[in-house]
Design a binder for this molecule. Structure first.
Ligand SMILES: Cc1ncc(COP(=O)(O)O)c(C=O)c1O
Length: 416
């Protein structure tokens, strides 16, 4: 009998190698997942850094279902609104790391990045500085895969192979404020905005060096440039505060978010916009901001987000992240010195182990999967560790013990 034809095209996959090897997930509860034949796995990455409150939350499903029954969605273009979108905008403004923020809803992180980039450029157009079009991004950056995000990508493999998407992008080495100062000295008057992830995530999990973000803010102030914090991964509690901008005192003008906003129960993103940009774009005479998405402010997605925020607050999951932070740190630090390990990095409930032999990354991911633990490789040399906030200390330590065993084994393979 002929094999069943492969119809599903997987993102970020080499499709020549997928047919016959799919892992079909069927169910999730807390930080556990089950596949279609009943095998159980620990979700060590919270899906793609989103399942922060854990899987299988009936209250989010109920909130979304109730909204789907009353009004699933209607456009919020122009004057239209819905109750969940209004309530969520108020709620996000109250926790935003920017005083007096406005909230622009999108369908996900890449949308949020496109939106923030267009807002920044529109801001300068309206101010009469049409020359200010350049956006400065950083090496190892991941800002999603839309047009702007691809142009801003600092992971070389993601930026290459499409031809030039947007010319007005400059890249600087991440966490090197002197390199940024040099770019400002040369191009300062053309720079619309600097964008950065408070902690580089998909690019390998690189926490900022001490004082970096304060220096970036100071440079942005000196050259009167906007600062965009891409908090698609770090937003909504991953580092134990609502936003990493609070923790690192980034003082951004715009904040891009998604993922943890709904913990992935429905797709939704939001750009939090400070008064500087908002006042210019909302001023009489600025005209229509000709940008938005069909599902901006999707009522059921906003209802899911409200329920997700309720859970984060009622269960004080940020405190749980703060409790687990030293546990993850100690467990990862104890891996230093293993022959298979080149480096470990961590901040909050976010970590990576970089392998001495990058080509062993896929082997490690496959062996951990065989042992019932799902995670993934980053930039060809590291593994991602970003579990749901509801993981217990015991589960986290159990994972770390299995990881240590497999790394020790890899070290032996390497020596052999
Ligand atoms: C920092 C950052 N920005 C933007 C995105 C894009 O988000 P999405 O995949 O929801 O479009 C991601 C996704 O991982 C991300 O990590």
């Amino acid at each position: 009998m002929a094999d069943k034809a492969q119809r599903l095209w997987h993102p970020f996959a080499d499709m020549s190698r997928i047919p016959g090897h799919e892992l079909v997930l069927a169910r999730g509860e807390g930080c556990w997942l089950w596949d279609d034949v009943g095998r159980r796995y620990l979700d060590v990455t919270a899906g793609l850094w989103f399942a922060n409150v854990g899987h299988g939350r009936a209250e989010i499903a109920d909130a979304a279902a109730a909204q789907l029954r009353s009004l699933a969605a209607y456009s919020i273009f122009d004057r239209y609104a819905n109750e969940p979108a209004l309530a969520l905008a108020d709620r996000l403004a109250a926790i935003a790391p920017i005083e007096d923020a406005a909230v622009f809803f999108t369908s996900g992180g890449s949308d949020s990045v496109d939106t923030a980039a267009k807002m920044a450029r529109r801001y300068w157009q309206l101010r009469g500085h049409t020359e200010r079009t350049v956006i400065v991004a950083r090496t190892n950056a991941y800002h999603g895969m839309h047009g702007f995000g691809t142009a801003l990508a600092g992971i070389p493999g993601n930026a290459a192979g499409w031809g030039q998407i947007m010319p007005d992008v400059l890249h600087v080495p991440h966490d090197d404020h002197t390199a940024l100062a040099a770019v400002f000295a040369q191009h300062g008057t053309k720079i619309a905005a600097v964008i950065g992830e408070p902690v580089i995530a998909a690019g390998g999990v690189y926490p900022p060096v001490e004082g970096y973000w304060k220096q970036v803010r100071a440079l942005c102030d000196e050259y009167d440039t906007l600062l965009i914090a891409d908090e698609v991964v770090t937003g909504y509690g991953r580092l134990g505060s609502w936003f990493a901008s609070d923790l690192f005192e980034i003082r951004p003008d715009l904040v891009t978010t998604a993922k943890g906003l709904t913990s992935g129960y429905l797709p939704l993103g939001a750009v939090l916009v400070g008064p500087r940009v908002r006042d210019e774009l909302w001023s009489a005479g600025a005209g229509m901001f000709r940008h938005g998405y069909t599902y901006s402010g999707h009522a059921a997605a906003c209802a899911a987000a409200l329920s997700n925020l309720d859970i984060l607050e009622h269960e004080d999951l940020a405190a749980q992240v703060r409790r687990l932070t030293p546990v993850l740190a100690a467990e990862l630090d104890s891996l230093r010195g293993l022959p298979a390990v080149r480096e470990v990095r961590h901040v909050g409930l976010l970590g990576a182990v970089q392998l001495a032999q990058p080509e062993q990354t896929d082997t490690l991911v496959a062996r951990l999967r065989e042992r019932g633990m799902l995670l993934r490789g980053l930039v060809g040399h590291s593994i991602q560790i970003s579990p749901p906030f509801v993981i217990t200390e015991t589960e986290l330590r159990k994972f770390a013990a299995v990881l240590a065993e497999e790394l020790t084994e890899l070290g032996r393979d390497h020596a052999a």
